[in-house]
Design a protein around this ligand. Structure first.
Ligand SMILES: [Zn+2]
Length: 319
């Protein structure tokens, strides 16, 4: 998977300079660290925990902590259940005055009158060099970033819980001539870019060179496929007909989404609609095979008719 491979590549990459270790650790600790009250080694007290789902990231965080804090951190491993199950590695730092001091220097936490909290914004004092700006972006991506498979869509995002931090991430990206947008999400603020050029540039900035190569070759293939499709569509009436039917289905699905939302569809129809939106070029047979359990071409066709019929009815009411 493109996302997993990209994260793996970045997690295995160790910065050359101490300055970059500081800024990358700062980004990771700010993005997925938190202050916890808990039992620690039989004593109750506070601990600063950095959580990650990837073993490679956990190893990187441990190496960073060893070099910056000069001690070997404790690591716990849990298996998270619930809606997004998966492994979790928790790197715990004992929360003493020395740790607090370093976390403050790293711009991860700040001390106010009512106590210590995660700091808002980006620690610009660590980011005077270009290498450190790159490292910071890499840290935020490793901690809470996502990149979509380029065969589906060009999309890269960085999540954060603070609007000031989101604005700071945009400024970091802007120093590499990319201007991401910010969108509000339930779980915070999403800094994102769309478009092959911007995604490739940010991957390059972070140092994900294999990912850039993969993305570029997908772009070439997509371009070729687009050209072939255009030729075939002009020449073959059948293909044109199928493409037109696909387009009509997508128009109908978008209309339903706009007027009443896809969530108001029955689960079967909603699943069909989302599958079609994500795979505009697939045949009905292929769409049917994507479902589990798979359904026949005529069953797919039946669902599509119901979707188009509903869109027509909604259209009549709206107009
Ligand atoms: Zn640096």
């Amino acid at each position: 998977m493109f996302y997993t491979e990209t994260k793996g590549e970045l997690a295995r990459m160790m910065p050359d300079s101490e300055c970059c270790v500081l800024s990358e650790l700062s980004a990771i600790a700010r993005s997925c660290g938190r202050l916890e009250m808990r039992q620690h080694d039989g004593e109750s007290g506070s601990v600063f925990e950095i959580r990650t789902e990837s073993a490679a990231s956990a190893r990187k965080i441990m190496a960073f902590v060893r070099s910056v804090f000069k001690f070997k951190p404790k690591v716990r491993f849990t298996h998270r259940r619930g809606r997004r199950p998966g492994n979790q590695y928790i790197v715990g730092l004992p929360y003493d005055t020395e740790t607090l001091k370093i976390l403050q220097d790293l711009g991860v936490v700040s001390q106010k009158r009512d106590g210590v909290s995660l700091r808002n914004g980006v620690p610009w004092h660590l980011l005077s060099r270009q290498c450190c700006l790159r490292a910071y972006l890499r840290g935020v991506f490793l901690a809470r970033g996502y990149v979509q498979n380029p065969e589906k869509e060009y999309h890269m995002e960085f999540m954060t819980d603070s609007s000031a931090h989101a604005a700071g991430i945009v400024r970091v990206a802007e120093s590499f001539n990319v201007t991401p947008k910010i969108a509000g999400r339930k779980k915070g603020h999403m800094v994102y870019v769309k478009g092959g050029d911007d995604v490739a540039q940010l991957l390059r900035v972070m140092g994900a060179h294999s990912a850039v190569l993969t993305l570029e070759s997908v772009r070439v293939l997509r371009g070729v496929r687009g050209d072939v499709n255009r030729v075939v569509n002009c020449e073959t009436a059948n293909v044109t007909k199928a493409v037109d039917a696909g387009l009509a289905q997508i128009t109908a699905i978008r209309k339903i989404d706009e007027i009443i939302g896809l969530r108001s569809l029955s689960p079967g129809l909603q699943e069909m609609a989302e599958l079609r939106l994500a795979n505009p070029e697939m045949t009905l047979r292929e769409l049917g095979q994507m479902l589990s359990p798979p359904i026949s071409k005529s069953a797919v066709n039946h669902r599509m008719r119901r979707i188009i019929h509903l869109a027509q009815r909604l259209d009549g009411k709206a107009g």
